[in-house]
Design a protein around this ligand. Sequence first.
Ligand code: NAD
Ligand code: MLT
Length: 525
Amino acid sequence: MKILVSDNLSLAGVEILKKESGFEVDVKTGMSKEELIAVIPQYDGLLVRSATKVTADVIEAATNLKVVGRAGIGVDNIDVAAAGKKGIIVMNAPDGNVITTGEHAMALMLSMSRNIPQANQSVKGKEWAPKKFMGVELYEKTLGIVGLGRIGTVVAERAKGFHMKIIVYDPYISKEHAEKVGVETVELKELLARSDYISLHTPGLPGKPLLGKEEFDSMKTGVRIVNCARGTLIDEEALVEAVSSGKVAQAALDVYSKEPVSPDSPLLGVAEIICTPHLGASTEEAQEKVALAICDQVLDYLKNGNVRNAVNVPSIDAETLKQIQPYLRLGQDLGSFLSQVSEGAAKKIAINYNGEVASANVEPITISVLKGFLSRSIDGINMVNAPFIAKERGVEILETKSSEAHEYTSTLQVKVTTDKGTHSLTGSIFGKGDSRVVRVNDFHFEAVLSKNMLVLNNMDVPGVIGNLGNTLGKNNINIAGFHLGRLKEKAEAMAILNIDSPPSDQTLEELRKTANILNVHSVTL
Ligand code: NAD
Ligand code: MLT
């Protein structure tokens, strides 16, 4: 078997691979996309960090590839869906660089507050100008952490040691988790208004950047910002403006919307913005930990077929997999759908199996539901870690089975209780694996689950559907399917639309302002 290591991985990991008999290892870093496409057909395994872009055309060319191992957390440099479609497993090493990255965020916070990079440059330039570098203390300042996952938690714990007051915005964590870490949870708006420091620790998020002009305007004057998560979370132009105007006193960035950051980027011309070149995970300890973990996982898979920390496949034996395959997909889609239409931190997820499916081994289906539900908010969720993460977040999982069938041979009902309410979704498999939503809360449907959907509540009065169609048409969104559910005439109704492309934030806003449309959610599967 041949393994290609195409990014700088710690030697300790590469040594494990080299020692393994029957395995040949090539380390070739800095290849262009064309070079990678030319050599990839030879390899059974590919090991990367974040520099190699494993795009759909690389996957397409990878005729022997069985596994891609990411020495780190984010898999945004890998086309996971393309790999999955080709049966290539994508694995990450989610734990090894968490402490290191949290420490880097603290280092940036301190460097920025005491002007350490600028002062160092001044002294090395033979200048002695202490008055130029007056700093500020972290002591008793308010730190707003956006995303209390693995790294956000490390930052919170360390910042407490500096006697900072910590407030957190993370709509997906439970109160219990926040209480355990000892932080106050707030809405984003409040966090922006109250924080002296803001540190971002979410995955890269779809849609517009988390921090743009509007958000900078709503912050305290003199706020300091740290980003060690993903560059796309910040509108960089708006940041430069906010720093230049003095609204934001300083910023410290480790990640950029485009990497490597362009030498012409305006970020580089602002003294109050300090920059590191995506160094968050770059410590000897973390690189050794992630390299050892990913090399061990990839070997275990290629030698023994054991799947650990896979982000795109369930760990199930072939026979069970065949039996429950359509329900795995359905479960994941229902979980993902629910996470996009429900609000608040999940406290309980109840999954009811009815009819024939109840006699199968449903555990992997339950895990698929959790994976779908958590994947919208957490990077690197897979079939192995989904139940642990749900538990860690204080989400109670309830599984019930009944062989009794009602209208359909089998149904899968997922009910989520959050701190803001309860939402339930029931799905079924039609024909040879066609997943449908048959019930949303009290509304009945037989709606196809497609990649892009709009889910809305409206008043059942004339004109609503026409207005809806007009707005979508005007915004060039084609409707592929339309499903309506209502309980009684002229009361609240619900619609699920299959659309050919996702709506922009602006289209959603327009729809929300339309008369008799009560709420609208965009659902992407
Ligand atoms: P994680 O999945 O453990 O935590 C992410 C947290 O963000 C979760 O608690 C989730 O609930 C929360 N979240 C999701 N969407 C949110 C939203 N819209 N608003 C607020 N919170 C939201 O991830 P992690 O391991 O802590 O990693 C965090 C980030 O750091 C990821 O983007 C990862 O890729 C990045 N990272 C960067 C480096 C680096 O070198 N700079 C190293 C490691 C990780
Ligand atoms: C990650 O997501 O793990 C990081 O961005 C760190 C890296 O591998 O450089």
